[in-house]
Design a protein around this ligand. Structure first.
Ligand SMILES: Cc1cc2nc3c(=O)[nH]c(=O)nc-3n(C[C@H](O)[C@H](O)[C@H](O)COP(=O)(O)OP(=O)(O)OC[C@H]3O[C@@H](n4cnc5c(N)ncnc54)[C@H](O)[C@@H]3O)c2cc1C
Length: 428
């Protein structure tokens, strides 16, 4: 592998653009295979929807509850990460909720684990606050990807054998003219806004208390006693803390009428109204307050990369498996088209995600993972969850390191080799 050259002209094996759960998993897995990796993240910290939007449950780690299996469905990096979170109290014990099994987390404490996992890998460099202003991606006759960008330290130029777009929105692919697909805002899954509250009575964050709380808020919103935008809200406890997360599900009309950069601010105003309403009207809320606000609303669906293969709803529902699979998806198809309720289509068994769904159809040295992998709108309702983002990130990270090591394109990597390398990390 080529050694990195210092700024202004750097070369590394793998550049990962977007440091959410998928990008981090890709970067950690590629580094563990011996690759020199740089993560370029536009925000002031990594963690994506976890640290930026306070998404506080890891889904997609286990097979459907009715199978009775409590084993991790992807026993590599997703299992190691969830176990590491539990070991330091950043995650609670797994819980069965109806037909699924989930791990509740505290995003604030996950942040520290992410920092430790990055610091433990000398082959990994993370650059924050990055804006990429030019991207030229490798094609058949050009073997190197070149990105021009800027961060707090100034302008930089970086080249790599492989680039992985885990921006959640295929932002790099779009910028570089690679094949993408997506839906307009009028059809995408709706976002939610999550804030952390203190001073919430424990009875409202457990069992039927949660349902009664949601119903009381919806009644107040319908009657005009509260901002009508608060008609769909949920409360969940923060593991290991007395705080609670309030999730406000944002309506289609709010999303369409509000500029994207102002959506979180508008939603934050509604959360303030909810807190004021609770303090004035509900017993036990006299000390209730917002103790942490997210950087942005939680974004479920963006533009996706067009891959060499694509996962469709039928694959998820039938539990399709293939020779080319490198990760498994085990979450039901959960779609938020209406802010008042999600629809769920449950599955009997996990489905395989082929390596081709993580490799660009147009650019052979461009990979992807997480919520901008190659999938239909419906299939993404299952594949976008954090457990699966970690698994697809791990797979494309291993594939990228293999490609860089062998001097081949990502499109030439054999899926069985990725599985072998991943299984070696599990048994070793
Ligand atoms: C409201 C909500 C609730 C959810 N609930 C759950 C749940 O309970 N359990 C679960 O498992 N999943 C849940 N999810 C899904 C899950 O949070 C995401 O799908 C998951 O975060 C996907 O990870 P990702 O890395 O693909 O994308 P993201 O987490 O979105 O990370 C993308 C990263 O790329 C960065 N980026 C974007 N553009 C650029 C650019 N041009 N250059 C550099 N960096 C860029 C972003 O800043 C971000 O850090 C929820 C999602 C939402 C929105």
């Amino acid at each position: 592998m080529q050694q990195p050259v210092e700024d202004p002209a750097q070369h590394c094996d793998v550049v990962v653009v977007g440091g959410g759960p998928a990008g981090l998993a890709a970067a950690w897995a590629a580094t563990d295979q011996g690759a020199r990796v740089v993560v370029l993240e536009t925000a002031s910290e990594t963690g994506g929807n976890i640290t930026g939007a306070f998404v506080h449950t890891i889904c997609g780690l286990y097979a459907p509850a009715e199978t009775g299996s409590h084993a991790f469905v992807n026993p590599g990096l997703p299992a190691r990460f969830a176990t590491a979170l539990q070991a330091v109290g950043a995650a609670g014990e797994a819980e069965t909720v109806g037909k699924v099994r989930v791990v509740p987390t505290d995003p604030g404490r996950i942040r520290r684990v992410i920092e430790q996992w990055c610091a433990a890998r000398p082959g990994l460099r993370v650059r924050l606050g990055v804006r990429i202003h030019e991207a030229s991606l490798a094609l058949a006759d050009v073997r190197t990807n070149t990105l021009l960008g800027r961060d707090a330290t100034g302008s930089f130029r970086i080249t790599s054998d492989i680039v992985v777009d885990t921006t959640g929105d295929a932002a790099l692919a779009q910028q570089a003219g690679a094949s993408v697909e997506g839906h307009p805002d009028s059809e995408r899954q709706l976002p939610s806004y999550i804030a952390r509250l203190a001073g919430v009575p424990a009875a409202d964050t457990a069992g039927y208390g949660r349902l009664r709380w949601t119903a009381a808020l919806a009644r107040a919103a319908r009657k005009g006693a509260l901002d009508p935008r608060a008609e769909s809200a949920l409360l969940r406890p923060v593991p290991g803390s007395k705080d609670a997360f309030l999730t406000l599900n944002l309506s289609r009309s709010l999303v369409l009428e509000t500029a994207r950069e102002r959506l979180a601010e508008e939603a934050g105003r509604t959360v303030d109204a909810v807190v004021a309403h609770l303090r004035a009207n509900r017993e036990g809320y006299s000390d209730c307050q917002v103790v942490a606000s997210p950087r942005h609303e939680g974004r479920r669906e963006g533009t996706r990369m067009r891959g060499r293969s694509r996962v469709n709803a039928e694959d998820v529902l039938a539990g399709t498996r293939s020779e080319d699979e490198v990760a498994l998806s085990s979450w039901p198809i959960e779609l938020w088209q209406d802010h008042r309720r999600a629809t769920f289509r449950h599955i009997g068994a996990p489905c395989g995600i082929p390596l081709g769904a993580l490799v660009s159809a147009s650019h052979p040295r461009l990979g992807t993972a997480g919520r901008c992998l190659s999938a239909s709108h419906e299939a993404l309702g299952a594949l976008r969850v954090i457990g699966t983002a970690l698994a697809t990130g791990e797979a494309v990270g291993i594939a990228s390191a293999l490609a860089a090591d062998r001097g081949i394109a990502l499109a030439e990597v054999v899926p069985a080799d990725v599985r072998l390398r991943r299984d070696a990390t599990i048994s070793g």
